[in-house]
Every structure is written in C-alpha cells, then in structure tokens.
Design a protein around this ligand. Structure first.
Ligand code: FAD
Length: 419
C-alpha cells in the first residue's frame, strides 16, 4: 500500500471514473450538495466532457459544432484528468489504478458508461463505423457530406437516428436488421409495426430478417469500398457501413476487482447506487439497480438515468442536511428519440405481461401506446404527443389507477383518464 493511501485527509477524496453525462453530473451534484472535499473526474477520452445525444443528430449533420457540457470545472473546484484510462480498482486498499498511475480515493464513483457492440468479423475494417463517441461522429460527418451509399447494420434507436440524418444529408441508405422488425429488443411487434413504414417514407430501404455474414472490401477502382454480404447470399455494395447493434456496459476493466457484475457485465448497484465494494458507487449506463417500482433490476442505457442517478450518489456521499438516509433510487425511466421527422418519447418500463392500449391511430402522425399493469400505467410511448408523455410520466410516478375506456380516447387528456 502506498504512503498516500495510509494518510487520511480530513476531507474525503471523491474520485469519479468516466467523464460522460453520469460522471460530470455526479461531480456537479456533489458541489450542489455542498460537498467541499477534493473531487477528481477521470476520463479516457481526450476531449472536454461532452453530451452524446447530439452526436446522432445535429453534430452528424454539421448543424452544431460540438456538445461540450457547459460546466466550469475549475470554478467548481473539480480536477479534470482527461486522456487517462482506469485500469482496475483495489477496493480493499481504496486505490484506483490508471494509465497514469495509482489514484487513492475515499469514495469512488464508477461512471464508465457503455461501449458499442462490434460486428463480428468487421472489427477495425476501415469504412466500418460505430457511433458512440465524438471521434466516431467526426469520422462520419464527411461520409454524410459526400452523400455516400451507406448500409446501416441494426434498426435500433441509433440505427434509426443515423439513417434519419443520412437521408437528410442525401445519402442512399439501406438498413439491415436481423429481427423481423425495427426495435425488436425494445418494443413488441404490434408497437414496432407502424415504425417499419417510417423508413420507406424517408426513402430508406429496411431489410428485416437480414443477418450480416461478413463485410468484404470493394471490387476495385470506381466501385464502392465495401460489399455487405447477408446470410441469404445478397450482396449490398456500400461506400460506408455503420454498425448500431447495441451496447454493453464498459466494465471489462473491472475484472479481478471483486466488484460484483451482472449477466450483461453491468455493475450491480443497490437502491442507493452502492456497489458490492465499500465506498464504491456506480451510476449511468454501466450500472443496474433494483427498481422497487417495477420489482426487478433495471439496466437503463438512456440519458435521463445518467442525469438522475448522480443526485442519489451525491446525496449518499455528501449526506442529507438533516442527517436522514437519502431516498432510494427508483426513477420512472425516460428517454426520447428523434427519428424520421418524429419525436418519440418513452417513460416507464413494460413487460410482455402488461396490457397494451392504444390512444390514436398508429398510421397517423401522432399517437400514444400505453402499457397497463392491473389498473395502473406501467409505461407509455408517445409519438408526437409530448403532453401525453409528461402527464403519463407523472401518473406512473404517482401509481394512479386509470380508467382504460377514458385512456383509449386520444381526445381526452391523459391526466383526466384516471379511475
Ligand atoms: P457515457 O456517456 O458512455 O460516458 C462514459 C465515459 O466514460 C466515456 O467518455 C468513456 O470514454 C469513459 N470511460 C469508459 N471506460 C473508461 C475507463 N476505463 N477509464 C476512464 N474513462 C472511461 N439517450 C436518450 O435518452 N435520448 C437520445 O436521444 C440519445 N441519443 C444518443 C445518441 C448517441 C449517438 C449515443 C451514443 C447515445 C445516446 N443516448 C440517448 C444515450 C445517452 O447518451 C447515454 O445513456 C448517456 O450518455 C450515458 O451516460 P454515461 O455517463 O453513463 O456514459
């Protein structure tokens, strides 16, 4: 153990690993809570900490230059160590090992987010892109500007948003999806069905039941740089390939740390976002937490979770003003997506056992679908109906009993559809 770790400074040293939304918000929330001890924010990327949602929207199209967080770290007394990768934790010694040497801590917050899944066999192939980081978006911007022919692998949230931007930029876009519909991992078939049409309306080709077997190099000068070969033998020429097939928690670096991980590699946190190791917390895309509201553990890969979770972590570290125990972390999960000219919002959490109830015609421009568990709203997805979303989110939060007949009438405000 180093000399540094044996010394106890009078104020606890908080070290936050991962300088994305969750890490930055944790550092800021600590100061907002009046925590005066040293706070160090460590991030692997060399860039000033930035927000990710604009990467698949304005930044890709070049209508925004950057999305750096508007936070004055120096004024807040937050020490930023960028371009520094955490390599492991020794919880018993309260030491974080990094590419720049050991960093002692009193409290450690894991906020290393998620990393995109790679397409097997296409790792490192030039012209095969991912979309997670600012560097990824900057590599893709000229691809869009050159109006290339693009094959997008995966019709999930990122694939849909990228296809939207690429069509807007004038690229020819083919989206290949192994499942029978878009968003198969997130939504049931009847809810995803109307979304299939959105691709065609935007002029993108959506091929479902289409599994990529391999990506080959193009056939020579004047020909597109790649050929995407599907498992039915189809060959799709492409100047560029963009892979959006999901993400997994960025926690490989925790192997051997004794910090408990779940089946998806996520850090298993408790309802105050504490991990299995003393004085170590986990927040954002890298962690799951037990939801009292839904009676199951949730792993949420969305922005709002990276905003809300840090408040719980900061409250637990800094302590409540009256000394009472902080509230359990039990949010109504929320996210939005901007795709094919539509604003799609989702709040809550549903399972296949919940009852689906429609508000409005899914073939129209604006509709909502609700999931009921008993008489209560478990979740809702609103397309172009932000008022439904805002009201529904509050109804889920409050656990209000609903009247299904009133709920199905899109002309009635959702808040008036209570039992
Ligand atoms: P991240 O943002 O992934 O940040 C983690 C940081 O930790 C990264 O900078 C990473 O480099 C760093 N790191 C990783 N490992 C280490 C290590 N070992 N040492 C040091 N640093 C490390 N959500 C929505 O709700 N709506 C949207 O419209 C939306 N759009 C999105 C668009 C894109 C292109 C992407 C990629 C995501 C989008 N999301 C959206 C999801 C949202 O951005 C994430 O949920 C959010 O960024 C999670 O924040 P985080 O801080 O947990 O993780």
């Amino acid at each position: 153990m180093s000399e540094q770790t044996q010394e106890r400074t009078p104020e606890r040293r908080v070290v936050v690993v991962g300088a994305g939304m969750a890490g930055v918000q944790t550092a800021v929330a600590l100061r907002e809570r009046g925590f005066t001890g040293p706070v160090t924010l460590i991030g692997a990327e060399p860039h000033q900490p930035y927000d990710r949602p604009p990467l698949s929207k304005t930044i890709l199209l070049g209508t925004a230059e950057g999305s750096a967080f508007d936070v004055d770290f120096e004024a807040l007394g937050i020490t930023l160590r960028l371009g520094c990768a955490a390599l492991g934790v020794r919880p018993a010694e309260h030491v974080l090992d990094t590419s720049e040497g050991p960093v002692p801590y009193d409290c450690l917050v894991l906020a290393t987010g998620a990393e995109p899944l790679r397409l097997p066999g296409a790792e490192g192939v030039p012209g095969v892109h991912l979309l997670r980081t600012l560097d990824d978006a900057e590599r893709l911007r000229p691809v869009l500007a050159r109006q290339h022919d693009i094959v997008v692998v995966g019709a999930g949230w990122i694939g849909a948003e990228f296809a939207t931007a690429a069509r807007e930029a004038g690229c020819a876009v083919t989206v290949v999806e192994a499942a029978d519909r878009p968003l198969a991992g997130a939504l049931p078939a009847e809810v995803a069905a109307p979304m299939t049409q959105w691709y065609a309306e935007a002029g993108a080709v959506l091929r479902t039941h289409a599994r990529v077997e391999r990506v080959e190099q193009g056939e020579g000068p004047g020909q597109p740089g790649h050929v995407v070969v599907l498992d039915d033998g189809s060959r799709l020429p492409a100047d560029a390939v963009v892979v959006g097939i999901g993400a997994r928690p960025a926690t490989a670096w925790l192997a051997g740390s004794q910090i408990a991980l779940g089946a998806h590699g996520e850090v298993l946190a408790d309802d105050r976002l504490r991990t299995s190791a003393t004085d170590v917390y986990a927040v954002g895309d890298c962690a799951s937490f037990p939801s009292g509201r839904y009676g199951e553990r949730l792993l949420v890969h969305h922005w709002d979770n990276a905003l809300q979770g840090p408040r719980t972590v900061a409250a637990d570290i800094a302590g409540a003003p009256g000394g009472e125990a902080p509230e359990a972390y039990d949010p109504v999960p929320y996210f939005w997506s901007e795709q094919f000219g539509r604003f799609v919002q989702y709040a809550g959490h549903h399972t296949a056992a919940d009852t689906i109830l429609w508000r409005g015609d899914p073939a129209s421009a604006a509709w909502t679908v609700c999931w009921l568990r008993g008489s209560r709203l478990a979740a809702l997805l609103a397309v172009g109906r932000p008022r439904d979303l805002a009201q529904g989110r509050r109804l889920i939060q409050a656990g209000t009993a609903m009247d299904p007949r009133l709920l199905a009438d899109p002309a009635k405000p959702l808040k008036a559809a209570t039992a």
